[in-house]
Design a protein around this ligand. Sequence first.
Ligand code: SAH
Length: 339
Amino acid sequence: MSIFDFTLEELEDYLVKNGFKKYNATQIIEWIYEKKVYDFNKMSNLSKKLISFLNENIRIEKLEVLQVEKSPLANKYLLRLNDNNKIECVLMNHDYGYSLCVSSQVGCNMGCSFCESGRLKKVRDLTLGELVSEVISVRDYEGVRIDSIVVMGIGEPFDNFINIKRFISVVTNNKMVGIGQRHLTISTCGLVPKIYEFADLETGVNLAISLHAPNNEIRDRIMKVNKAYKIEEVMAALDYYISKTNRRVTIEYIMLEGINDSDECARELSNLVKGKLMYVNLIPYNETSNFTMKRSNDFKIKSFYDILKSNNVNVTIRKEMGGNLSAACGQLRANAERL
Ligand code: SAH
């Protein structure tokens, strides 16, 4: 068991069950998260008995950084898990601060036809400890303050919902990672029942949806999940999320040449989101050698953007931050594993 495997409440329960005091949990958490002391023996306000209990039962373990790819705006990290599986994290340097993109699973079962992570099937979910260690490991490796986190790396976070809920608790607890709810974003390909559950948590955590198509015909072709949950069901779940939280939803839309980038698609997409508390983020596709799909050209992206704008849709074109990195989701891991 790693110290990063506990929410605050879980650590309190665990210590109490083992004959220690509830407040010991807060003391330990302060050493770890605030003072960055990763050695129980140096936690001077803990009893000897507690220190030896911790040494016997709990590890303080960060993830080994196996490889780093650097570019001016983004660094990509290949991290090693205890069982030798590998995952990726991307640290982006925005003008408002550092944002970290974390993985939620080893591989992914959603099988989107354009995505490297999905080409490599899910091996397993990440544990809470591994999710939190991604943040702590990259933060300490670079010695930077991370201002926001997006769960947009390898994996489908809502397919690892229990740990994502616990991750939200650790990340947003100001005694722990201490990132405000509004600075945390979870991205899903649209697992509808989990969108409802997420809404019912009534947190201020942001939700992003990988829509990528304006109708079922196109979405069926590129996203396997659409066979289970149709666009209408996804949109209804988003309406529910908005009614519960009053938070703006991000609609992610990858621009794929000749597949979803026509003027007609732009008009259909406008009709889907118009008048709703949503904004569209157009994402230039990151080509990878394992798929034949191409990125729409800049002209096409701009005209798609203009149609959305003229329909009063809030829209931005995602800045490409890691063009020279193996930045397509899962690409660095795939290369490293020769998968
Ligand atoms: N499973 C979640 C989160 C991980 S994917 C989800 O689907 O939202 C994060 C985002 O990157 C998704 O929008 C995904 O569709 C997109 N993506 C995957 N491969 C990409 C590529 N090669 N270029 C650009 N975006 C990509």
